[in-house]
Ligand binder design. Structure first.
Ligand code: BGC
Length: 902
């Protein structure tokens, strides 16, 4: 329903319309960023909600939160767990629960009543959260496995475990608390529980392992039940030799699991079924599985009904009690990996006799699903790659550098031979566009193979499209590279390494937060940083790590992820708690850097990684420059966080440190006369600008030097992953969005456009495309689309988009842009299009927020909104901020249509 412009009151609005604009609803109830989570463990969970309504200026004046022990009590208006009473406050994001102390397994039903600024009231639908097992003593289950392990850790067929149990009373509710390492599938009465795959997310297992709370009420039956567990090696028994020493991880061991099924009967009594030596195990048809190698499945070894009651498990052996992995058990409330999409090949061909190659048309992450009929014992081999060689076979030479002669991205299926058989792997995933299949009994049909897209199920929160096909393609490639590289953590690539490379994720985090609901996943990954931080403050280059990565691969530009992600969760999601949680870690890291610095300069760690070929010999930006700039920005951020947390003295200390580093930086790298910085690479100057290391009037000189280098490079980047972000940002923020746009639109080397021309569907690792073709570290251009073209910018003074800056840039031949991002307050969007002599801007500012809207306009006073002068329209006031060539307004929540003459 589009009510475009409405008067606040009065005759211009019909009664019905007034009712529409008067009322509002309360939606999207979240607890710790998640809708109805099971397994919440923090003592004071934070609650968020969104106001939804069409009236301009709609905002929250007060709220009342009620939390009750049952839905019925809540419905009766009770708040036996907590009643906040009416609180005069506009806060609707991350309001901390302040009721009585929560117990383990407690279900809390909650609801919020909201009063708006005109006294209307709305009540949300009921929502809930449920606590996890909060104490170690809540666990009666024992870790079980199938062999003692120790010494060299064996890689055996993936084991099944099973246990039957009797339920003799009607069940009221039931939960299963399950952790299975590396990966597990949990089955009850013949059904897989939930739809998570490659589960749970990877952690540093000797610090922490993640369990899942499953609501299994509907899967139980009266009488005999059967529980089943199926375990794969995953990261826990990672036996791949390469990338990076995980086979030597101190926590590595045979697969193991912990399961506790807790049943509450209608009569109030309880029964617990816990894993112990009474469970039994058997080898499963998965004869081999390896994270990077792939999976071998022998369908002749299937045991139909293995997880149903009455199955004859005569050959099965008793489970062995295993050593626990060593860390704490924590509930996983971030979204799991799922099969997100099933796709059909766009082409197939026979490269050599019997060698069939399927083209999925998109570089993706996951696996293939095979449908096939043939004789028992027939072996079908699937191999996955991003590229084809000249003879039409797959070419994985660009990604298998760590395979060291072992199978790589290879699944093998051995037929059972009875009827149409469908196979897809379970405990391995691949990065690929092409699947090469050998051993098919018959030439393939359209039904033989499908692509299964698998990654962490991050909800999409952003959309971007525009009249440029290239820029719209960038959004597509950014999305696919980002999603395909999220498997419980942001990874570098989905094939060669699959590692949580920190630097890559640091650079991606802005676009990530425009495009996806990454809050709970980032929260988990930041905890992984804490687990991996050495007592002296150092981080490894990959998180989680098996011990590798402290002495190579890390350094300020990579470790920056810890700072960037926590700050960005504050900036984009309004999460102050995350800063509180990691403040001590930031301080510890800073003292580590202080120990590494000499004279304020840090000279270790990676620099502007993967620049175009040839740059190293000529205009290279030194790593000491980019790393010292990060040192400065960490000190500044820590000072800000200290201030936010009310730690005045510490704030002053870090501000002083920042000032010292800045002086050292300028002294060491700047040539004040020319504005150039050491290396005279675009990255050198852009670093100084991006990190605010220079101040006017010097800024102009540095900008001029940067422009000089951009011109010398014919408006192309000469940067690696750091500069690619800084240059685009520095140009945009200094009024050169037009030039940044021209860089983004290039189609020859080096450029994003060249990748597209060469057939890319994701972002690549290097400008020449010779390495991995699915990396996300060059993805900040995706954030730039929102930031610069749509102009959607968060405001650190009122984070979480409580107040937004909307500052679109009409650049080049761009005819229109349509973009939106779902903020913690609701959807914010900017759509603009050129019209004869001007442009139309349709802007939606979420309820309970405000925005500063800065629009390009030849003559600010003539800007109209909703058909009348913007200056007099409801919800709009002319801003005190003046910008040349722009009209600037302060607007309240609502939908606006501005028309500007250009
Ligand atoms: C990874 C990168 C990573 C880099 C750091 C590479 O092997 O794929 O994305 O950031 O190493 O050294």
């Amino acid at each position: 329903m589009a009510v475009k412009w409405v008067r606040e009151r009065g005759p211009a609005v019909s009664k019905k319309e007034w009712w529409i604009v008067k009322t509002f609803t309360v939606e999207r109830m979240r607890c710790e960023h998640v809708v109805n989570p099971l397994g919440v463990e923090v003592p004071r969970p934070r609650l968020s909600w969104e106001l939804c309504g069409l009236r301009r200026g709609l905002r929250q004046a007060a709220y009342r939160l009620r939390a009750a022990s049952t839905g019925a009590r809540l419905a009766a208006g009770e708040g036996d767990i907590w009643d906040s009473g009416r609180v005069e406050s506009a806060q609707s994001v991350l309001v901390a629960y302040a009721g009585s102390r929560l117990r383990s397994r407690q279900r809390v039903c909650w609801q919020v009543e909201v009063w708006d600024e005109i006294g209307e009231v709305a009540t949300s639908a009921p929502a809930f959260w449920e606590t996890g097992l909060l104490q170690a003593r809540d666990w009666s289950a024992q870790w079980i496995t199938y062999t003692q392990g120790g010494g060299t850790v064996p890689v055996d067929p993936a084991p099944f475990f099973r246990k039957e149990f009797n339920l003799d009373r009607p069940v009221e509710s039931a939960r299963a608390y399950v952790c299975g390492l590396g990966y597990h599938e949990f089955h009850l009465n013949g059904k897989r529980v939930g739809d998570a795959v490659l589960h749970p997310a990877f952690t540093k297992y000797d610090a922490k392992a993640l369990y899942t709370v499953y609501d299994v009420t509907a899967l139980l039956q009266s009488g005999v039940n059967a529980a089943g567990l199926w375990l794969g090696t995953g990261w826990y028994n990672c036996h791949s030799a390469g990338a990076w020493d995980f086979a030597q991880a101190p926590w590595r061991d045979v697969v193991k699991a912990l399961a506790q099924i807790e049943v509450t009967f209608k009569d109030g009594s309880r029964q617990t079924i816990a894993s112990d030596s009474a469970w039994r195990w058997s080898a499963s048809p998965i004869r081999f599985d390896g994270l990077r190698e792939g999976e071998t499945y022998d369908a002749r070894e299937e045991q139909p009904g293995w997880a149903t009651a009455g199955f004859e498990a005569l050959e099965w052996k008793p489970a062995i009690i295993a050593r626990p992995p060593g860390g704490a058990l924590k509930a996983m409330i971030m979204p799991p990996c799922r099969v997100i999409q099933t796709t059909a090949p766009v082409a197939r061909h026979e490269a050599l006799p019997g060698v069939w190659v399927f083209d999925l048309g998109q570089n993706m992450t996951g696996w293939a699903r095979l449908t096939v009929t043939g004789a028992a014992g027939t072996r079908i081999v699937l191999r996955y790659a991003e590229k084809l060689s000249e003879n039409g076979e797959i070419d994985d030479s660009n990604i298998q550098s760590f395979a060291k002669g072992r199978p790589f991205q290879t699944d093998t299926y051995i037929l059972r031979g009875d009827r149409a058989e469908i196979y897809e792997p379970r405990f391995a995933y691949h990065g690929f566009q092409y699947v090469q299949v050998t051993g098919l009994p018959e030439p393939p049909t359209d039904h033989t193979l499908q692509g299964r897209v698998v990654h962490t199920d991050l909800e999409t929160t952003g959309r971007f499209a525009c009249s440029s096909e290239l820029l719209t393609w960038i959004q597509h490639a950014v999305r696919w590279a980002t999603l395909g590289n999220y498997h419980g953590m942001p990874t570098d690539c989905p094939h060669r390494e699959k590692n949580g490379w920190t630097g890559d994720a640091s650079l991606s985090s802005d676009q990530m937060l425009y495009n996806f609901d990454a809050a709970s996943s980032y929260t988990k990954w930041l905890d992984d940083f804490t687990d991996c931080q050495r007592p002296n403050g150092a981080f490894p280059g990959i998180v989680p790590t098996g011990g590798w990565g402290y002495n190579w691969g890390a350094g300020p530009a990579w470790d920056a992820a810890y700072f960037t992600l926590s700050w960005n969760l504050y900036l984009y999601r309004g999460d102050r708690g995350i800063l509180e949680r990691h403040y001590e870690g930031m301080q510890r890291y800073l003292s580590f850097l202080a120990g590494m610095a000499s004279g304020g300069i840090v000279n270790f760690g990676l620099g502007d990684w993967c620049p175009p070929e040839g740059v190293e010999d000529g205009h290279a930006c030194p790593a000491a420059l980019t790393n010292t700039a990060y040192y400065f920005s960490f000190a500044r951020q820590t000072a800000r966080v200290a201030e936010l947390l009310g730690k005045r003295v510490e704030a002053a200390r870090y501000a002083k440190l920042a000032a010292r580093i800045r002086r050292a930086f300028l002294k060491t790298f700047a040539t004040p006369l020319t504005g150039m910085f050491t290396g005279e690479n675009q990255t050198s100057m852009a670093t100084a600008l991006f990190h605010n290391l220079v101040e006017p009037p010097q800024t102009d000189k540095v900008l001029a030097a940067l422009l000089e280098r951009v011109t010398a490079c014919h408006e192309h980047l000469e940067c690696g992953i750091l500069g690619a972000k800084y240059v685009m940002r520095a140009l945009t923020d200094s009024g050169h969005a037009e030039l940044a746009y021209r860089i983004a639109m290039q189609e020859d080397y080096p450029s994003w456009g060249l990748w597209r021309k060469l057939g890319a569907t994701t972002l690549w690792e290097t400008w020449d495309g010779k390495a991995s073709q699915n990396h996300h570290m060059f993805s900040d251009v995706g954030a730039w689309l929102y930031y610069a073209l749509a102009g959607i910018q968060p405001d650190p003074a009122q984070p979480g988009f409580k107040h937004a800056v909307i500052r679109p840039n009409l650049v080049g031949e761009l005819e229109w842009v349509e973009a939106g991002t779902h903020t913690p307050y609701g959807p914010l969007s900017v759509e603009w299009r050129r019209e004869a002599g001007g442009a139309i801007f349709e802007i939606v500012v979420p309820a309970n927020t405000t925005a500063t809207v800065s629009l390009p306009a030849r003559n600010a006073p003539t800007v109209t909104e909703g058909g009348r002068l913007a200056a007099g329209a409801v919800g709009i006031r002319i801003s005190d901020a003046h910008e040349a060539g722009r009209a600037v307004f302060e607007v309240s929540a609502g939908t606006y249509e501005f028309i500007c003459e250009l």
